[in-house]
Design a binder for this molecule. Structure first.
Ligand SMILES: Nc1ncnc2c1ncn2[C@@H]1O[C@H](COP(=O)(O)OP(=O)(O)OP(=O)(O)O)[C@@H](O)[C@H]1O
Length: 246
């Protein structure tokens, strides 16, 4: 892992705009967003349905390209990369944690954790894979496949995958959306640990309690950042969300 100071932006968005064409006309999903996510920071993104959260996350992760503006991750301008180079860059520089876990059912937990390294044609360090599974409490379940694991266990496999490669940036879209409260809290505590260890976390969530684990919450409305709260508790975050949804 590249060690970063808290002041170096791990992910920078500059004037990022994404418009979708539809039969009814253009949908301005993200409108000129500029924001720097500091290295080692944990940021939550909240906002009403349709405010552009998922689009913003996809743009920041290079899964979608902006119509205008640019995204820089660890000093690399994503726009300057070909599709092939971008895919390779994504495999080594970032991890994704989704509500739906995104694990391959045919592979064991161990092989799911090792998958990004294999796809990037890097040697797999078996002891490090086991260590990553151990850190999320799944050492004994390494040989199980996702259908043989609970939702919380599957999400912990996804987190172990993010732990193993030690990517600088972890993007999470509703990582606790499908989990019960206690399992969700355990997952959030793990994400908090990753940020405290220097990885940068950008997480979309609808849940003020989940956002309270972050250092900062950004509030989106109509494709723009309309507010932010630092170090706020769940009640303060919920109040701000209520104000936005009025
Ligand atoms: N592929 C697409 N084609 C056309 N419009 C799209 C597409 N994806 C998203 N949109 C539109 O862009 C806007 C932002 O969508 P986005 O999914 O980013 O919002 P969101 O804040 O993540 O919503 P939710 O909380 O409901 O998941 C919405 O108006 C949505 O309908």
């Amino acid at each position: 892992m590249t060690t970063q100071t808290l002041t170096a932006p791990a992910v920078a968005l500059e004037g990022v705009t994404r418009t979708y064409r539809s039969r009814a006309g253009g949908v301005h999903a993200v409108r000129g967003i500029t924001h720097a996510f500091a290295g080692g920071s944990f940021t939550a993104i909240m906002g009403p349905s349709g405010s552009g959260k998922s689009t913003l996350l996809q743009l920041a992760a290079g899964l979608d390209r902006p119509n205008h503006g640019r995204v820089t991750i660890g000093g690399t301008v994503l726009d300057s990369l070909s599709e092939t180079a971008l895919t390779k860059f994504r495999r080594t520089s970032m991890a994704f944690i989704f509500q739906s876990y995104n694990l391959l059912d045919a592979l064991t937990a161990f092989d799911n954790v090792a998958l990004p390294a294999r796809l990037a044609r890097l040697p797999v360090d078996g002891a490090a894979v086991t260590d990553a599974l151990d850190r999320v409490g799944l050492r004994d379940l390494a040989r199980r496949r996702p259908p043989e694991l609970s939702g919380g266990q599957q999400q912990r496999v996804a987190i172990a995958r993010a732990l193993y490669g030690k990517p600088n940036v972890i993007f999470a879209d509703e990582p606790t959306g499908a989990l019960d409260r206690n399992t969700g809290r355990a997952v959030l505590a793990l994400l908090r640990t990753l940020a405290d260890g220097g990885q940068t976390i950008v997480m979309v969530t609808h849940d003020p309690l989940a956002a309270s684990y972050a250092d900062e919450t950004l509030f989106l409305a109509d494709g723009q950042i309309v507010g932010r709260l630092q170090g706020a508790d769940a009640a303060a975050i919920a109040r701000r969300m209520n104000d936005l949804e009025q």
